[in-house]
Ligand binder design. Sequence first.
Ligand SMILES: C[S@@+](CC[C@H](N)C(=O)[O-])C[C@H]1O[C@@H](n2cnc3c(N)ncnc32)[C@H](O)[C@@H]1O
Length: 269
Amino acid sequence: MLIESALEAQYLGQDEGLRLTSPLKGRLELARMQDLMGRYLPEPPALVGDIGGGPGTHANWLQERGYSVELLDPMPQHIETARAAGIDATIGDARKLPWEDEYFDAVLMAGPLYHLTRVEDRLTALQEATRVTRPGGFVAVVAINRTANLLGAMLANELQQRMPVVQEILDTGFSPANDRMAETTYHTVSQLRQEMTGHGLRSITVHGLTGPGGWLTVALDAHFRNQQPPATLTDPDPLHTALTCSRIADRFPELLPASSQFFAVGQRA
Ligand SMILES: C[S@@+](CC[C@H](N)C(=O)[O-])C[C@H]1O[C@@H](n2cnc3c(N)ncnc32)[C@H](O)[C@@H]1O
């Protein structure tokens, strides 16, 4: 079977469903994903593929907005959770999709690009995502910024302890499996654009998913998780502040590398 044991180790030990609903950083990511997908999705009803969809957090809100969604993920526990929530979910791998050509109106692939550590595998996954999207439909993918760990560790005041891993990621764009994550790929903006190119996608655009506002959420999660932050930080609402900042930053491409995650999108020719 295709599930690598490190991937199992990462997801069996955590509730992936809480990632986007509990910490401020996850809540910001969810809100921004809704913003950005909303710009590219056709009006409902339409059929959306959610590749590497995990337990179905995005599939859930897409269905609530009137889209039909089919989700694919290699982790049986995620498939079970998604099915329990009423999502059409299949065990599978982004590198070999079970759908026919031009099946979806749009595809979201948030996971495989950072979990697949061989470039050939990422290109195959992108080729597959494009193949199952109809001409004119959008393929949207998520990647993690190569500098995200440097800034995240610094804001958590953990840079000294995490320096060996941070340095390896900066040097290679890759981290082997560790106590926090399965082996992972980290992208630069130009690398992501390059990997998106050549599969039949046009008008490729890269956005900051969490944007610069994400760093406020990282700092607050690191220092005040489950505690009341000091009054100076609660007014105004920090999630609102972070969202406002990241939405404004969308208009300034020079701020793109200041996002911990990227959302890249292209239209099938
Ligand atoms: C961090 S989760 C993201 C889940 C969801 N897409 C989201 O954005 O919240 C990454 C997901 O990618 C899945 N994944 C990893 N390798 C994959 C592959 N080769 N094909 C499809 N999914 C994969 C994992 O099982 C996991 O559910």
